[in-house]
Structure formats: structure tokens, C-alpha cells
Design a protein. Sequence first.
Length: 319
Amino acid sequence: MHQSLRRYISVSMLLLAVATSSAQPARADAFPARAITIMTGFSPGGSYDLMARKLADGMQQRLGQPVLVTSRPGAGGIVMSQTLGNARPDGYTIGFTTSLNIVLDAQAGIVPFKADSVQPLASVARFQSVLVAGKDRPYKSFPELIGFTRKQGYAHFGKQALVDELVMRGVMDVDNVEFNLVSYKGGIAVRMAAMTGEVDLGYVGAGYKPDVDGGKLEILATTAPDRIKAFPAVPTLVELGYPISEESVALFMVPRGTPEPIARKLQQVIKEVAQTPEFKAFLENNLTLVAEVHSGDSLQTLLDSQTAQWRKILAQTKK
């Protein structure tokens, strides 16, 4: 065979082999080959950061590679969710944020984030958000706060995200009172503002128990549909006569287009760690969160239900 022809055939076979191997689906058994990064949507030291670091320890033991945690706070998790949607879909970048980014923020149309740019993997905890005030404020219950606000003419309300604003606007509509909405980056900042009297009321999702037990904060109500196990005397907003409640879950996501075998492997590892007794105890004892894990059909049902709820509320606010 002519030497040039032999060389041509050899090169052609090599190119065919490369093309064939690149067309093969991503193999979960070869993943991960390097460090994985979990991006949280909230500030360092907050509930999402603490959960992510706790989960990362168990994940890297199972995956055999480092699992790093970074924070991309801003706009109630949206900054991180936007970043994740633009990340390379290879499984090495995972997002951890509130389900509200998908079920509320994306459909509200006020932030440049599309829910279909990410793929939910699993939720690991349920939030029961609360409305808190500094211990030295002249009111000790939600009705007393409303009376204070009506007498003063307004009150300052510390918020993090759109959901906080929508819930409080529901209260304002019922009671015909005015709250001045003050935005903060994260629950820690809101708690500090409430404790120092910078705001009269704050909306926080987790990590408040030590400040309540330490006599620095008072819980006036929970926005969840059910009462909080650790604080059973605290009423829900629905019990107080307000036709609004909200709950969200802590959600792991990957960029849309992540190979299915890799997404399934990450999902399984996250579920395994989240269902350990150690992590469940951490949620309950440290963050006052409900230990619930959802994935697959149960997660989709949950997200669909939350989406329908917020679609209805958004439609009412636009009237």
C-alpha cells in the first residue's frame, strides 16, 4: 500500500475513534474526576452556607473528590441562579438556593432569570419563615405590632426577597397600614437590624433560634401554613386572619443540559447525605428547619404546587 494512502487511512481511523468516543453518553462511574463546587445563593455564615458545608462533607466522602462551597448572594438567591444557568453543564458546578427562585421570582418577570435554564435535583429541607422583632420593642404580639404601626403611621420592615414583600403587602391590604420596606442581603443582616431596632419587624427563614432563646428577638408570627415545632405557641398568619402563607424548600440544581447519568449520581449522593440522622438533627437543632427530602416526581409535584400558588397571588397583585 502506498505510504501516503496508509497515513490517510490511519488518520481517518483516529478521527473516527475520537468522534465515536465523544458521542458516547457521559459515564457516571468516571465522574467526578476533580473538585465540585456548590454555589449558594445567600451570604456566608447564613443557613444555606451552613447546610451546604455540612452536606459537602458527606458528599466528598462518597464521591472521592473535594466539594467546595462558595457564596453568590444577591436578590434572594437570583444572582446565583442566573450564574448557574450560564455555567457549563458538566456536573462540576451545583447551585443551592430557595425553591422560590423557580416558583416565584422567575415568573414574576422582574428579574432576568429563566427557570428552564436550570434543572432541579433534590430538596433537602423545608423552611418555616418567621416575622421577628427586637426584644425591647413595645409590642410582643403581631396584633400589638399592627396597633403600634397604626398609631405611629408606619413601621420599618426588613426584607430579603420578593416573597417577603408579597407577604407583607398582603398584611397591609388586610389591616390598611403602611410598612416601609428595607432590603438586606441575607437573614443575618435582617436579624441584626431587628435586634438593634433599625427595623421594627424582620422576615427571616432560619438561624433565629439562638437569638430568640438568648432574649434578643421575639417571634411574632410564622408565615408557614403550620406552627413551628420548636415554638408551638407562635401563631401562623392564617390563624391571625391573613389569607396568605408561604413555605419554600432548600433546593439543589444544576445547569440545564447536564448529562442525565451525572445528574442522577449527584441527586443520589445529595439524598443519601440529607437523609442521615446527623444532618436531620443539624437542621432541627441548629437552624429550626424541617428535615424533608424530595426528588423526582415528589419534587416536581411540590414545585408545581408552589408555582400555582404564586401565579395566583401574582395575578391578584396586578389587578
